[in-house]
Design a protein around this ligand. Sequence first.
Ligand code: ANZ
Ligand code: ZN
Length: 811
Amino acid sequence: MRSYNPRVIEKKWQEHWKQVGAFEPEWESTKPKKYILSMFPYPSGAIHMGHVRNYCIGDALARYYRNRGFNVLHPIGFDAFGMPAENAAIKHKLHPKSWTYDNMDAMRAEFAALGLSFSAQQDLATCDPIYTKWEQEFFIQMWERGLIYRKKALLNWCPNDLTVLANEQVIDGKCWRCDTQVVQKEMEQYYIKITDYAEELLEDLQTLEGKWSPQVLLMQKNWIGKSYGLQCRFSLESSAKERSGIESLEIFTTRPDTIFGVTYCAIAPEHPLAKAMFDHLSAQQQEQIIAMQNTSARDRASAQKQGVDLGIKAIHPITGELLPIWVANFVLMDYGSGAVMSVPAHDERDFAFATMYGLPIKQALQTQNPLPCGDDGAMLDSSAFKGLSGDEARQAVIKHFEENALGSGVVNYRLRDWGVSRQRYWGAPIPIVHCESCGAVPEKRENLPITLPDDVLITGEGNPLASHAGFMQAICPKCGKRARRESDTMDTFVESSWYFLRYATQRSKWEQCAIDKASVSYWLEVDEYIGGIEHAILHLLYARFFTKVLRDLGYHCFNEPFAHLLTQGMVLKDGAKMAKSKGNVVNPKDILHAYGADTARLFILFAAPPIKELEWNDNGVEGANRFIRRLYERAQNAYPTKALPRIDGSKLDSGQKLARKKIYEALQKSQEVFTKRQNNYNFNTLIAACMEAFNALSAQDSPDVWTEGYFILLSILEPIIPHICWELSEELFGLANFGEIEVDSSVFASDESVYAVTINGKKRAEISVQASQDKQQVINQAKQAVEKWLLDATITKEVFVPNKLVNFVVV
Ligand code: ANZ
Ligand code: ZN
């Protein structure tokens, strides 16, 4: 018997595909298209099983549609800027650039070894200067439109290394490198006004319903966080006005119906009133406030509640009661107005704070549950609002404030403008020049791209660009005087916000334009976008936002980039996420080495439906390999032909009929799995159907049926295990032919029924039985089929379910 050698077969076809450019899309085509996109990787140097899963799913789709005559764009590239390259530079004394480009080469080789059908032509790296050039162009256009502005913001600052730290570099409030206590430092940052698009980003989520998972849509919605509420002023008591020089406190609440339960006010540590009162506080209180300010917003969210009593009072706008004003660490300066009316009876956070500091708790709504309780309920006080509840109550209170010119109803978004500047080397330089007379001026278009200097020393101290004299030197584009170049680079999320548009622009045009409108109109929307749930919020939101901005800048005419989104499940081992830190990683390289790419692909797509978690299982890998080996070895039972053999179904015996039926069932399943989008591509069920069909094929002896079976099975399985399918297809049928095959429905309309034969409930065989046979004949046939399991057993009972099942109960 011949033996399966994936190493030879896979190499042969990978070289063939490369040579003929088998996966390049057609440009200026009138064919129907499919744009299949897997999220591009960070060039860490090696792929992990999560990548393998992600790309095998996309590859199956791309191959399926290619086989069916679609013009398919299935690109890959690298999200190549970012911090790990700088960390490698610090740790291993490598240049971020060579580290990144070497890693990309290594990963490209791994993609090829997996037989992934990516377009080589459209491969891009976001750190390529030609990519940076257009990104800087977008930046300038957005700047000119007023979509980018500068604003002071608090950043993590290490006073020892004199450097800004990313959140990941702050460990327990200390610098990751030198363990110095991190402080918050105010610095000018660049912001993109994503909030200008908040409403559209929210509205358009509706157009994605049924196409993206409800879970992701909800996360997007919550992130945008639209809320209706009351913005109003609480006057300060006269002595408080005198001491602070401030008249009133502006607050924002989504629960005006709880207005009669307010017992104190809380403000952010950065609030102007806290600053105004600072000198009146004790040294200890001042220290507490400074400590709060030096904790990042992220850490404050998880920190213990903490407060400082400012010793002044605000006046309740309806009752006139005096309300103490506290600084509280959980109030954020950049949300609402940075001050809240606190209602401990109906808000958990306020309750915890009040309990901690002995502040009064006053119930304002009638509720079923014990306090604190945030449910809607009838207003309890004795004013005109009494008995109102929910939206009606909120509307009534807002109306009261509006009529008395004390406040107004407002819409508020949780979404913040996008801070895009980073004080790092390995990123796209922000194309701004600082001139003493003209201020911040965008670079001249002809000077783009502004590229990174290669001769830098990366130590982790400071931003190497800021200390690079050659880089920093610039000419003011406006007045021509000497000026200083901006040393900040862009957030890497900017690069991943438009790469899918770049892919859809033919490489030969990359120099002359950012985005080719005609080809982008043809290729977009992306038909299927596949990636991990960890990108459900930020990346997808920024990509949607950029798409809308670029539309408004005239680059294209559509509103949403991704028609469908498939969020793949995680890859687990021993019940935990496969991760270096957990020491449970299975390296794709090892699997490729031991079994070959087809086995890896088959296992990954067979072990679980794409959207579900996948538990790694060595036996499963073995099983997948066994199936492929058998498929290869038994191909000799089929004979070479250029077309499907003609088969007269009436001349077949029952085993042959069963085999044909199973083969066509698998074919039907294939169409169903690949095209019924709402089922999220359950390749596992398709593979199971193929395995069943192959078993049925193996249990009969007609060369015609074998041949027909192979013709169809290879066509079904090509998207999943392409190498062996191309190999056998060449051997048997002279060429790769995986096109559409029509289902011969006559195989289903038979005068036979299929019985499952089980022993003690466990399925052991399947038999096909003539309708004319009686019960005893069926049972006899069933016994023969499971003979080997009955050898040493005694049958105590026979269960017969007509047209379905024979079960033997044995001891
Ligand atoms: C009184 C109140 C009573 C509130 C109650 C809630 C429940 P969303 O829905 O997310 O928009 N808030 C307002 N500004 C804040 C800030 N800068 N930092 C922290 N919290 C702030 O949240 C709005 C609610 O969050 C507001 O409604 C306010 O507390 C608080 F039973 O006011 B509420
Ligand atoms: Zn100037």
